[in-house]
Design a protein. Structure first.
Length: 262
């Protein structure tokens, strides 16, 4: 790597960090990433999305790096489809279906992600906007295997009750948006996935910078050598970060690159 770089790798969250509420990458972010890569930097994405939903941004930036998906439950090389990490909900899935889902309010929908597909396991009006935002097709059949994660989508933040936490163990619950609650494999988080990826590529974590905005990014920014939070991110993330950069809409990733990486 060139000596100009303070950090050789940049790992960025998507929604609310690299990507704005309009689902677009601000031009300032894309231009800064091009400059960082031209200087020898390597960029990858860590997101709660799956391969289909994250691919468009990976391709738009011209990246060839492995993706951290499903909030750290999976690491995939899109070019080869090889998975360095592939966790599932395991035995907890049966308990979720029989005990937890029936307790949820009518306003909360549930989507199970298995392999490359998303399956409606509890219908609710909020799922329409969710599918449009993430540009995914929701299947109405039951998942054929044990899912990687269960996503609960509510109409309002107050609809996400804590009943599910009382009826299930052996999983991890994270908020990725105000109206999203994700049920993940117990050991799945973006920070652990980053450590796994870095070890496989022999990258010192001290040479990695990471940026995020929501509680599902906490472990990511704490694991990286430099952890950044966007200015309009969750208070917990900003407290845990080493640096706070501009709001997402103003080019948070570009701000990180220009002031701390190059």
């Amino acid at each position: 790597m060139t000596a100009r770089l303070k950090y050789d790798w940049l790992v960025t969250d998507l929604d609310g960090t690299l990507v704005g509420r309009d689902l677009q990458i601000p031009p300032r972010n894309a231009e800064a990433i091009d400059r960082y890569r031209a200087a020898g930097g390597v960029v990858t994405i860590a997101t709660g999305r799956n391969e289909h939903s994250a691919r468009r941004y990976h391709e738009q930036l011209g990246l060839d790096t492995p993706l951290i998906l499903y909030n750290g439950a999976r690491i995939t090389n899109l070019a080869s489809s090889n998975r360095l990490l592939d966790l599932t909900l395991g035995d907890a899935w049966d308990v979720l279906c029989t005990q937890s889902l029936p307790l949820l309010p009518a306003t909360v929908g549930a989507v199970a992600f298995q392999d490359l597909d998303a399956y409606i396991v509890k219908s609710a009006p909020a799922l329409t906007d969710y599918a449009a935002r993430d540009q995914i097709e929701l299947k109405t059949s039951a998942p054929p295997g044990v899912p990687t994660k269960l996503m609960l989508i509510a109409e309002s933040p107050g609809d996400l009750v804590d009943l599910i936490a009382d009826s299930i163990t052996g999983v991890r619950l994270v908020r990725s948006e105000k109206t999203y609650l994700e049920v993940l494999p117990a050991h799945a988080d973006k920070g652990s996935a980053l450590a796994t990826l870095a070890a496989s590529l022999e990258i010192p974590l001290a040479r990695v910078a990471a940026i995020g905005d929501n509680p599902n990014d906490l472990e990511l920014i704490q694991t990286a050598g430099l952890g950044a939070a966007v200015a309009d991110g969750h208070p917990d993330v900003k407290r845990a970060a080493d640096v706070i950069v501009s709001p997402c809409s103003q080019g948070a990733v570009a701000d990180l690159i220009d002031h701390y990486l190059l």
